[in-house]
Ligand binder design. Structure first.
Ligand code: AMP
Length: 112
C-alpha cells in the first residue's frame, strides 16, 4: 500500500479535513502555505501521467473534492492554487496521485 492509501484507510495518522467514498483530503505534514491540504483518490494511481480514459471519473472527483475542501476552508473569496506534481522534474515524492491545495497567502507565479 502507498503512504496515502494507508492514510485513507486510517492506518497512518493524518489531519483529515474531508472524506467521501472516492477521495480523502488531509493537511500536508510540511505545509508551505497557511492552508496546505492534499486531496488523494482512495484508489491509488501513481502519477497523473499514468492516467487513462478509465480514470476520467476519478480525476474529476479529485477536482470536485479540491473545490469543496477549498470552500470548506474559506479559501473561495481570496483564491487558492491546485497543483499536481508529476514525476522527477516536478519534485513528486509520493507516488500516489495527489492534488495540493495551497492558500491563505498571495502566491507568486511562476512557481520555483
Ligand atoms: P509531492 O512532492 O507532490 O509528491 O508531495 C508530497 C507531499 O506529501 C509533500 O508536500 C509532503 O510534505 C507530504 N507528506 C508526506 N508525508 C506525509 C504525511 N504522512 N502526512 C501528510 N503529508 C505528507
Amino acid at each position: 500500500m502507498t503512504l496515502f492509501e494507508k492514510i485513507a484507510a486510517r492506518q497512518v495518522p493524518a489531519d483529515i479535513v474531508f472524506e467521501d467514498e472516492h477521495t480523502v483530503a488531509f493537511r500536508d505534514l510540511h505545509a508551505v502555505a497557511p492552508t496546505h491540504v492534499l486531496v488523494v483518490p482512495r484508489r491509488a494511481l501513481p502519477k497523473l501521467s499514468d492516467a487513462t480514459e478509465a480514470d476520467a471519473e476519478l480525476l474529476g472527483r479529485c477536482l470536485l473534492t479540491a473545490s469543496k475542501v477549498a470552500a470548506q476552508l474559506g479559501l473561495d473569496e481570496a483564491g487558492y492554487r491546485v497543483v499536481i506534481n508529476t514525476g522527477a522534474d516536478a519534485g513528486q515524492t509520493v507516488f500516489h496521485l495527489h492534488l495540493h491545495i495551497l492558500g491563505g497567502r498571495a502566491l507568486t507565479w511562476p512557481p520555483g
